[in-house]
Design a protein around this ligand. Structure first.
Ligand SMILES: Nc1ncnc2c1ncn2[C@@H]1O[C@H](COP(=O)(O)OP(=O)(O)OP(=O)(O)O)[C@@H](O)[C@H]1O
Ligand SMILES: [Mg+2]
Length: 221
């Protein structure tokens, strides 16, 4: 057994002025190396919250996350270097850098590790995602679906071991959904990348090897 992601009793409460929302109510998960998992459930069920915590982008109120056996919220293992090297994250809302072109947005994470070949690497992946003729557009000069594909390129360009994708095809037509899912499937099969993909789309879930259903912050079997 090769457990890549494990959570123990994850609870997330968002505190408002006089009340709070319990977005996750004690999630216990175990995901193995090379699994491609769909995360489904109604709007507000906690999918984005869970992905953010798995990626170390948000912190849980209670509970623990282990990635490759390491507690990612323990003091000595700061989440940032862990995240940069090992996890590719696709946000539900893309968060591209507005002042930079599509190409630059994808090159930036590569350049953290090596300047050499960053441009070619970024170009190759953008081309694969059908954006060959949009390399020099800034995000505001791209359609929503094009921005989404740039965000996917950015998440996968460093060959992460884990990809966490929050509705990666939410703005895409069926042709581009297929392009994106074929790329993710290929990374999963060829490089054994572990993936968790939040989606409302059954077709997307069909590319995955397992579906986890969330409802009201709990896992439905
Ligand atoms: N920053 C926040 N402050 C307060 N409540 C929040 C915050 N972020 C999320 N919530 C609440 O937590 C719950 C879970 O939100 P989350 O974004 O994880 O849902 P989701 O399953 O991703 O939904 P969707 O399918 O619409 O993207 C929701 O009820 C939401 O209103
Ligand atoms: Mg969401």
């Amino acid at each position: 057994m090769n457990e890549v992601i494990k959570t123990r009793h994850l609870v997330k409460r968002y505190f408002l002025e006089s009340s709070y929302v319990e977005a996750l109510k004690g999630i216990n998960l175990s995901i193995e190396k090379g699994e491609m998992v769909a995360l489904m459930g109604p709007s507000g069920s906690g999918k984005s919250t869970l992905l953010h915590i798995l990626g170390g982008i948000d912190i849980p109120t209670e509970g623990k996350v282990f990635v490759n056996g390491q507690d990612i919220f323990s003091l000595k293992e700061k989440s940032c270097p862990f995240r940069n090297k090992h996890v590719g994250f696709v946000f539900q809302f893309h968060y591209l850098l507005p002042e930079f072109t599509a190409l630059e947005n994808v090159m930036i994470p590569v350049q953290i590790y090596s300047k050499e070949g960053a441009k070619e690497k970024a170009e190759r992946i953008l081309e694969r995602l059908g954006l060959k003729d949009r390399l020099n557009h800034k995000p505001s000069q791209l359609s929503g679906g094009e921005q989404q594909r740039v965000a996917i390129a950015r998440a996968v360009v460093n060959n992460p071991d884990i990809i966490l994708a929050d509705e990666p095809t939410g703005n895409l037509d069926s042709k581009n959904t297929e392009v994106v899912m074929n790329l993710l499937k290929e990374l999963n099969e060829k490089n054994n990348v572990t993936m968790v993909i939040a989606t409302h789309d059954r077709e997307v879930a069909e590319y995955c090897s397992r579906t986890i259903y969330l409802k009201d912050g709990t896992v439905q079997s």
